[in-house]
Write a protein that binds this ligand. Structure first.
Ligand SMILES: [Zn+2]
Length: 306
């Protein structure tokens, strides 16, 4: 069933588990996400970036996701990831999104409040819930955690003021996670003390961006199938489990599915150079994405929570 992000995330925050928000660009990714969530009785969020909309077309992709979501046996929200403007958020809402993110985190505090508040007011009027971001996402090295990290990680007191002034429904915070497959040297450092402080001050669901696990076996299989990738590193499973105990309720995952998709395709084509049936090329990619999704939903504790 198609529901708002707020409905899914409020329950997750109260139940101290996380809900995965996976990015989609096409049919195979969307089916892997929603069908796996159904199989595991888990709520899930399917999110589209502005890049995905540009690639697949707003109407084409939204209708595909919305149709699968409406027919799903579990709660599904369609979310705009990193909406860059009021207009972008309104277009998404008109197309059928049930959740939008307005990302004005690159602005100063006052401008971020102003832009976010404007989207919140309009979105709430139309029954859609809103995510905003405070702080700047980026990996932190263990040894610089104390002072320098404060410059870009989310300040707890600012977070309280931001939520009060904007009325935002869920807030993305900078806690050491970062986008992409390269999250720093070795295991990325997650500032759990900061999550606990912010989670203690705010009762709304918190959001962690850039939370792919980048499992070693997928990286190995990518290399074995002829792919090239540097020293990739993701967020450890136990870091996510712990974060969800203290307020993180929405966990964004894109890189893991990109890697699985690519490995699936590479392996088929490497094994069978004569293959040219798209279904036999894309099918295994969809299966491998489903495997990673299953793992993520299990780690976050959303299995059986639908
Ligand atoms: Zn993000």
């Amino acid at each position: 069933m198609l529901v708002t992000g707020g409905e899914i995330l409020t329950k997750a925050r109260a139940g101290k588990y996380g809900v995965a928000a996976f990015n989609t660009n096409d049919l195979e990714i969307t089916q892997a996400i929603i069908h796996t969530a159904e199989k595991l009785s888990s709520p899930v969020i399917v999110q589209l970036s502005e890049g995905a909309i540009k690639y697949a077309g707003l109407s084409d992709l939204t209708n595909l996701v919305a149709d699968l979501a409406r027919r799903a046996s579990v709660p599904v929200a369609i979310h705009l990831d990193h909406g860059s403007s009021f207009e972008s958020c309104m277009k998404a809402i008109r197309a059928g999104f049930t959740s939008v993110m307005i990302d004005a985190s690159h602005h100063n505090f006052a401008d971020n409040v102003r832009d976010t508040k404007k989207v919140v007011e309009a979105a709430h009027f139309m029954g859609v819930t809103v995510e905003a971001e405070l702080g700047r996402l980026g990996g932190i090295e263990e040894h610089i955690v104390v002072d320098e990290a404060d410059a870009f990680l989310t300040d707890p007191q600012e977070a309280v003021q931001f939520v009060e002034q904007t009325g935002v429904d869920y807030l993305a915070i900078a806690i050491g996670t970062s986008h992409g497959a390269f999250k720093g040297k070795g295991r990325p450092y997650i500032d759990h003390a900061r999550i606990e402080t912010i989670g203690g001050l705010l009762s709304i669901p918190l959001v962690a961006h850039g939370s792919s696990g980048v499992p070693a076996y997928i990286v190995e299989r990518l290399r074995a199938a002829g792919g090239e990738i540097g020293e990739a590193a993701g967020i450890a499973d136990d870091d996510l489990t712990r974060a969800c105990q203290h307020g993180i309720a929405k966990v964004n995952v894109d890189t893991d599915l990109r890697l699985a998709f690519t490995v699936g395709i590479r392996e088929v084509l490497q094994k069978n150079p004569k293959e040219f049936d798209p279904r036999k090329i894309l099918g295994p990619a969809r299966d491998l994405m489903a495997e990673l999704i299953t793992h993520k939903l299990t780690v976050l504790g959303s299995v059986g929570k639908a």
